[in-house]
Design a binder for this molecule. Structure first.
Ligand SMILES: [Zn+2]
Length: 353
């Protein structure tokens, strides 16, 4: 039993600790009064223990991999140059259980990169697999793996208190991991404004777009250049087709749709068509990709060199915005004009979607 009689509450300071067992950095907010390095290390160890326990709870769910081409998934990971992270293919019931564990049961996703735990989850939805084939589930894993290339920086609030533990008055560590990384791939949180006010998040649509771009590249690699849904008009080029998925409406009718990330992925695609080095800058291979300042800068420079000011517009797109789809599609059309690609017959007669 712990008796919280005294609290050391002074100005917090940030200390950085690297996790010894995973490619992970923790930013610890520790009380200044902790003073000694030994106590700070103890606090860091405590935060890591909590993190390990939370992560292991999720990893105990069995991964259902029957019928999936795990070699193909591994090859895609190597192509992207991302580090291997724990990946679990979960039954819909187990997927839901994990979300409940994370207190996120409102989530309707089919896959998640849990950046706090550095774990990848993919739901094996039997009805979607029946319509699209197992390749669809594999492509979801590729999308989530693309996110996992992001650098992790979690904040842990740890404090040392004095109290009665096991009948003896002593100091003990308390606190745990905070839920919000400050930077995650393209996603960056804006500066603190008013107290209690949500900080602005930039780059989320760009991050989703990159992950979808990798899913599209994977779909081509498994012989699905038109995705899993219904391709556009026979004489027209449908840039969104390779991201399409078949699903059933509530009435049981089969419909073809593409993901929100596809709207930005197609913009990245045409930029890469003009400058293939952009894909390398996005991946980790050369400069550390989106994780490093150099990789990020190279991406920005190459994009803005092709279309001045485009990076800022991409970064400002927000896929939770009501007008996101329209804005992204307009930006795609403008980009085609700026790149002189609208004159290319391949891009003519595009179906209106
Ligand atoms: Zn995503």
């Amino acid at each position: 039993m712990q008796d919280e009689t005294e609290t050391t509450a002074k100005t917090p300071q940030h200390e950085i600790f690297a996790s010894p067992d995973r490619d992970l950095t923790l930013y610890l907010t520790v009380s200044e009064e902790l003073g000694s390095v030994a106590l700070k290390n103890e606090a860091a160890e405590h935060a890591l223990d909590i993190w390990r326990a939370n992560t292991n709870e999720i990893l105990e769910f069995p991964s259902v991999e029957e019928g999936l081409d795990m070699d193909g998934i591994r090859a895609a990971r190597e192509r992207m140059g991302v580090t291997e992270r724990p990946l679990r293919f979960l039954s819909p019931e187990d997927y839901q259980s994990v979300l409940t564990l994370l207190e996120d049961s409102e989530d309707h996703s089919s896959g998640r990169y849990l950046y706090n735990q550095d774990v990848l989850l993919v739901k094996r939805d039997p009805s979607l697999e029946a319509l699209n084939g197992p390749g669809y589930t594999e492509s979801l894993a590729v999308h989530e793996m693309a996110h996992s290339g992001m650098s992790i920086s979690l904040t842990a609030n740890v404090d040392i208190k004095r109290g009665i533990v096991d009948g003896i008055e002593q100091q003990y560590v308390t606190g745990g991991i905070e839920q919000h990384p400050t930077r995650a791939g393209f996603i960056v949180k804006g500066p603190e404004t008013q107290e209690g006010k949500e900080r602005k998040i930039h780059g989320s649509a760009l991050e989703e777009g990159y992950a979808e771009l990798e899913r599209g590249i994977f779909n081509i690699s498994i012989g699905r250049p038109n995705g899993f849904g219904v391709a556009g008009q026979e004489d027209g080029y449908d840039p969104y087709a390779k991201y399409s998925v078949l699903s059933k409406t509530e009435k049981g009718e089969v419909q073809s749709s593409d993901t929100p990330g596809a709207s930005v992925a197609v913009i990245l695609e045409v930029l890469i068509e003009k400058d293939p080095e952009i894909l390398d800058a996005l991946r980790r291979r050369n400069l550390g990709g989106r994780d490093s300042v150099d990789g990020h800068r190279e991406f920005i420079q190459r994009v803005n060199h092709l279309v001045p000011g485009l990076y800022k517009k991409l970064r400002q797109l927000n896929h939770h915005d009501k007008y996101f789809s329209t804005r992204a599609r307009e930006l795609y059309d403008d980009t085609l004009v700026d790149l002189d690609l609208d004159l290319d017959p391949k891009y003519k007669n595009r179906p209106i979607r």
